[in-house]
Design a protein around this ligand. Structure first.
Ligand SMILES: CC(C)(COP(=O)(O)OP(=O)(O)OC[C@H]1O[C@@H](n2cnc3c(N)ncnc32)[C@H](O)[C@@H]1OP(=O)(O)O)[C@@H](O)C(=O)NCCC(=O)NCCS
Length: 135
């Protein structure tokens, strides 16, 4: 597996990976601006884009926050997302690194549990009936 910062040449691949999760959700603008801000990491298996993660350093109470993580369905459970998160932890210049996911998202909670993130909060009111769990 190789991990590097995504470039604008990767936008189409990232968009396709993202669309595999929520087909009707257009996060193209978000992906493009994270690339411009050098806040998007891409993981490749061989030469194939396998997953990505978008983060930033500072907008979440001055700390680093991972906003979006997606692994292409055919590459799941191969350590793609945990490797991306570990790379972000390595690049992180702030004291703390946070992320969050819906309570219903057991896969993402499995990733943070495996990486020993500590649960630190729960926020209701974003997705009805499915609180956001912060770690
Ligand atoms: C959540 C997601 C990013 C995980 O990506 P991944 O590359 O498959 O994760 P990893 O292979 O690094 O998984 C690491 C560990 O997390 C846990 N895990 C991952 N997927 C899991 C699942 N479906 N169920 C239970 N535990 C899971 C396991 O402990 C796994 O280790 P193991 O395979 O050795 O048992 C991926 O499932 C995905 O893209 N989901 C859709 C998008 C999404 O929900 N993103 C997060 C919210 S924005």
């Amino acid at each position: 597996m190789s991990i590097r910062r995504a470039t604008h040449e990767d936008v189409r691949s990232l968009f396709e990976i993202d669309r595999s999760v929520i087909p009707n959700h257009n996060r193209l603008e978000c992906i493009e601006s994270s690339i411009s801000n050098r806040n998007c990491l891409l993981a490749k298996l061989g030469n194939i884009p396998a997953g990505f993660a978008i983060y930033d350093q500072g907008s979440f109470f001055g700390q680093t926050f991972i906003w979006l993580r997606v692994t292409s369905p055919q590459f799941r459970r191969q350590g793609v997302e945990s490797s991306l998160i570990l790379r972000i932890a390595h690049l992180c210049k702030t004291k703390k690194l946070f992320t969050s996911t819906n309570q219903s998202n057991k896969a993402m909670q499995g990733v943070t549990k495996k990486l020993r993130f500590k649960r630190c909060g729960r926020l209701s009111g974003i997705d009805p009936g499915d609180p956001e769990i912060f770690t």
